[in-house]
Write a protein that binds this ligand. Structure first.
Ligand SMILES: [Zn+2]
Length: 105
């Protein structure tokens, strides 16, 4: 069954087309946020929150970097490992922006 994520994104398996979730469930996110705030007391003192960090990583950075491919995530249905074919639209879009920036400099 597909993971019920509170933070993260979805990617489609290249073998069977099943939608897979990459990220954290509400319970996992709570733990992540607590750990992050413990480890980053300095940032918290400056007004940052674990929730912000969690959101930034799982909803923005992870997707732009195709973290599910980096991590070798497996399809929840057929077990196929995520390949370059499973890049998200957002990651492709982000790459095309970077390409354009490089070309224009
Ligand atoms: Zn699959």
């Amino acid at each position: 069954m597909m993971k019920q994520i509170a933070y993260g994104y979805w990617w489609n398996c290249a073998s069977c087309g099943t939608e897979n979730a990459y990220g954290l469930t509400a319970d996992e996110a709570e733990e992540y946020i607590r750990d992050w705030e413990e480890d980053n007391a300095d940032s918290v003192a400056e007004g940052e929150t674990g929730e912000g960090a969690c959101d930034w990583w799982y909803n923005v950075t992870a997707e732009e970097n195709d973290a599910h491919i980096e991590d070798g995530e497996k399809c929840c249905k057929c077990g196929a490992v995520a390949t370059k074919e499973t890049r998200t639209d957002k990651a492709r879009w982000f790459d095309s922006i970077v390409d354009n920036l490089e070309k224009s400099t």
